[in-house]
Structure formats: structure tokens, C-alpha cells
Design a protein around this ligand. Structure first.
Ligand code: ATP
Length: 265
């Protein structure tokens, strides 16, 4: 178990760059230090979870990695490139795929069209022009492949507004994957889902390609520990511990944080 989340395994010349390196990352909102000096490395193909109670700073950390929020301290490197000053769109072009805590779906469009828009770089602008620009066979083929991968083939012609919450999460993952990301960031994917929907989502994430590095921010400790190779626990913006799921599960501070509080999950 480590104090900060360094990548185990080969390093040095010739070793592939870590998928993600954050160093001393911090964010202050006025008097609130939302994230305080977090460092973390995600190895190629590694799946890592970030857990912590309400207000731990998980979402702020995620937003700094995705490029939604500018840090007040520290750096973010993705695939060996310093992206600290880049916005979310540029990071996406570098291969960052992500899901959103608040749904980013086009609710009045069909399931298939949502994935087709995402395949073409699904920005608001793309949405405006999508009808006038012909969808190529390749875009449709890739979109259908991803819908099959997340188990939504039967819903492809339905409107997003008619999907369950769980199906909307599945769709968001299809939209993140269709851009063939080099790293996938999942922002509390299980939030608001029923037990059955969580089980479906868990199976879907488990079945993602093992070569794809994944950072999973998740309040639900059971889900995060069941899906990842390593887990970092945060509290009050600070690093608590990083280790294997078993090490984190058995950690006294983590037990106190999750079991000794009213907001446990
Ligand atoms: P939750 O599980 O409840 O989503 P979290 O671990 O994601 O919590 P954050 O949402 O990152 O935690 O919040 C960390 C702290 O930063 C909290 O005290 C929160 O009130 C504060 N905070 C987050 N965003 C802002 C903001 N835009 N302005 C001011 N304070 C903020």
C-alpha cells in the first residue's frame, strides 16, 4: 500500500508512459480547499477507483482531470503530455473519453443518433448541424457496434427520454467509447441507479477491453472496489490511502470514514 498513488511495475526508459499522472493537484474555491495536493498515476491498462464520502473532492478531482475545472495547484499529464492548461475539448481530441454525472444526452433524439453524433465529435455545434451533414456508413457502423457492446441494440430507434436511468448510463458509455478513447474517465456512473441497474452497469464495465485504462470516481465503495485494480480513498480533499481493493477494504481509516458516518453507502 502506498501513501500516494504511484504506478507499480516497469518504469524508466522504454516503458510506456502512464495513461495519467497527476501531481500535487489542488483546487481552492474561496475559503474551501476542495482538493488538496492529490498525486496519482494510472498505468497503461490499469483500472483505478477514487472513493470517498460526500464532499471528499472526488467530483472536483474528476473535473480537473477531464478539463472542466482549472486547478489552483499541481499538474495533469495524459499519455505523457502536460494538459494542465488545456480545456476539455482538446483533452477529448487527445483521447480522453468520459461520462458525465449530470446527463449530457440529447433527450429528444434517438439512441442511435446520440451515438452517431458522439462518433463525429458530439459537440453542441455538431448537434445543430448533424442533420445537414450526411452520416457516413462508417459512423453508423461504429455507433451500432458500441450499442451492441453496451446491450442497447434493441433500443437503437427509441428516443433517449424513453430510456431508464440505467439504460441512459449504458448509452453514455457507448458515446464515450465510440471515439475510441485512449483513457476512460467514469464519473459516478452508478449514482441514482437501482440495485438491478447497478448489476448491469457493473457487468458492462467489467467487460470493457482490458487494455483501456479506466479511472472510476465512485461514491459506492462496493462497486469501486469490485471493478478496479487499485483504489484511492479521499476525505476532505486529501489523500487517505491507496492500495489494492483488499488493502483499502481492510484499512482502518477507510472503515472509519465509511462505517463511522451517517452518509455511508
Ligand atoms: P459528492 O460525493 O457529494 O459528489 P465529492 O467528493 O464529489 O462529493 P466535491 O463535489 O468535489 O466532492 O466537493 C468538495 C468540496 O468542494 C465540497 O466542500 C464542496 O462544497 C466544494 N465545492 C465543490 N464545487 C464547488 C464550487 N463550484 N464552488 C464552491 N465550492 C465547491
Amino acid at each position: 500500500m502506498t501513501d500516494q498513488a504511484k504506478v507499480p511495475g516497469p518504469q524508466g526508459p522504454g516503458a510506456p508512459a502512464p495513461a495519467l499522472v497527476i501531481a500535487g493537484l489542488g483546487k481552492r474555491y474561496g475559503g474551501v480547499q476542495a482538493v488538496d495536493g492529490i498525486s496519482l498515476e494510472l498505468a497503461p491498462g490499469e483500472r483505478m477507483g477514487v472513493i470517498g464520502p460526500n464532499g471528499a473532492g472526488k467530483t472536483t478531482l474528476f473535473k480537473m482531470i477531464a478539463g472542466d475545472v482549472r486547478p489552483t495547484a499541481g499538474t495533469v499529464e495524459i499519455l505523457g503530455r502536460d494538459v494542465t492548461r488545456m480545456g476539455a475539448a482538446r483533452r477529448a481530441r487527445l483521447g480522453v473519453g468520459r461520462t458525465f454525472q449530470v446527463s449530457n444526452l440529447f433527450r429528444d433524439m434517438s439512441v442511435l443518433d446520440n451515438v452517431r453524433v458522439a462518433a463525429r465529435g458530439g459537440t453542441a455545434k455538431a448537434r445543430v448541424f448533424w442533420r445537414t451533414q450526411g452520416m457516413t456508413d462508417d459512423v453508423t457502423r461504429r455507433a451500432l457496434e458500441q450499442l451492441e457492446a453496451v446491450g442497447l441494440t434493441a433500443r437503437q430507434d427509441d428516443t433517449v427520454a424513453d430510456l431508464s436511468h440505467g439504460e441512459q448510463r449504458q448509452l453514455e458509455i457507448a458515446m464515450a467509447l465510440v471515439g475510441e478513447p485512449a483513457i476512460l474517465l467514469l464519473d459516478e456512473p452508478a449514482a441514482g441507479l437501482s440495485a438491478v441497474e447497478r448489476t448491469t452497469l457493473r457487468g458492462l464495465i467489467e467487460d470493457l477491453p482490458r487494455t483501456l485504462p479506466i479511472l472510476l470516481i465512485e461514491h459506492d465503495m462496493t462497486l469501486a472496489l469490485g471493478l478496479t485494480d487499485r483504489v484511492m480513498c479521499m476525505e476532505n480533499g486529501r489523500h487517505v490511502v491507496t492500495g489494492t481493493p483488499d488493502e483499502v477494504r481492510e484499512n482502518e481509516k477507510v472503515k472509519e470514514i465509511y462505517l463511522g458516518r451517517r452518509d455511508k453507502k
